[in-house]
Write a protein that binds this ligand. Structure first.
Ligand code: MF3
Ligand code: CO
Ligand code: CO
Length: 297
């Protein structure tokens, strides 16, 4: 996830544009929600969005298959008593053995090869001495670089038998990703994705994290555009075939506010409530989308 500075619910004209272009909102997406269809490709390129070639998409698809194999491997080791450091080693060694590189390791100083986020941890949990306990939920977020291509996906798993709150937040987070993905097709905009997710999650009495967003991915870890999981329909960049990005809603059982711990990474809910997340890497196609990190939702 990329750090986000503004809440498009209340974007000021002079704020950085939420599309991630680096320009001011008033000089960027503010007056362009209805850019005509034939201009959408040029418009995306002006926003520094790298439209991927079929060859690049194939490379990201291969990286994506490795990411899914890695998630499945970790899933088989999740149980009460598992130490997060050991799950990190599992991801690291498997990735290297397959000739790939774990993208998190040393990324902006991140010290480990996978993010493991337990219970009230929203994202960017650092593996270490913590042990999984019966009833926990744990998000496993894997990003692999294979032959120079990046793919990024995560799932939240139950440790042992979940309680009612755990079942609820994991179900709402899972559906939030599914509902966001359903909006992905040429002509729809980034704002349509966020609107669909936010309206669903809030209808369930949950809240959507604002500080971290989905992102372009494939040739780099975090590319333009940003993909907020909240927003207004018809706003922001319009989707065109060949765009590759993640959707990765972080959904809290309580309030949306977060705190980052002193380690500089671990983001936790301010109210201590449970948080869950699912993430996939998608490519926009002529008719909709294809997941490059597919798993059933
Ligand atoms: N995988 C995260 C994402 O979905 C980013 C993790 S950055 C790290 O964007 F440094 F914490 F690994
Ligand atoms: Co991501
Ligand atoms: Co991720």
């Amino acid at each position: 996830m990329k750090k986000k500075k503004v809440d498009p619910g209340k974007i000021s004209r002079n704020a950085p544009c939420p599309c991630g272009s680096g320009k001011k909102y008033k000089h960027c997406c503010l007056n362009k929600p209805a850019s005509p269809q034939p201009d959408d490709l040029q418009y995306a390129k002006r926003h520094r969005i790298r439209i991927k070639t079929p060859e690049q998409i194939q490379g990201i698809r291969r990286a994506g298959r490795l990411v899914i194999e890695t998630l499945d491997l970790v899933a088989g080791h999740i149980r009460p008593g598992a130490v997060t450091e050991e799950l990190n080693t599992l991801v690291h060694d498997f990735t290297i053995r397959r000739g790939a590189v774990p993208a998190p390791l040393n990324y902006r100083g991140f010290p480990k090869s996978v993010c493991l986020s337990i219970n009230e941890v929203i994202c960017h949990g650092i593996p270490g001495g913590r042990v999984l306990e019966e009833g926990d939920i744990v998000n496993v977020d894997v990003t692999s670089i294979l032959e120079g291509y990046y793919a990024d996906a995560s799932q939240t798993y139950f440790v042992g038998t979940p309680g009612a709150d755990a079942r609820k937040i994991v179900e709402v987070a899972r559906q939030s990703l599914a509902i966001g993905m359903e909006t992905v097709k040429p002509g729809n905009s980034v704002g349509d994705i966020g609107y669909a997710i936010q309206s669903y999650a809030e209808r369930q009495g949950c809240s959507v994290v604002r500080e971290f967003v989905g992102h372009g991915v494939g040739l780099d870890f975090h590319e333009a555009p940003q993909i907020p999981h909240y927003g207004r329909p018809g706003t922001g960049v319009r989707l065109v075939p060949g765009m590759v990005f993640t959707i990765e809603p972080m959904i809290n059982l309580g309030k949306k506010e977060l705190v980052v711990l002193d380690d500089g990474w671990t983001a936790v809910t301010k109210d201590g409530s449970l948080s869950a997340q699912f993430e996939q890497t998608l490519v926009v196609t002529e008719t909709g989308f294809e997941s490059l990190t597919p798993y059933p939702l």
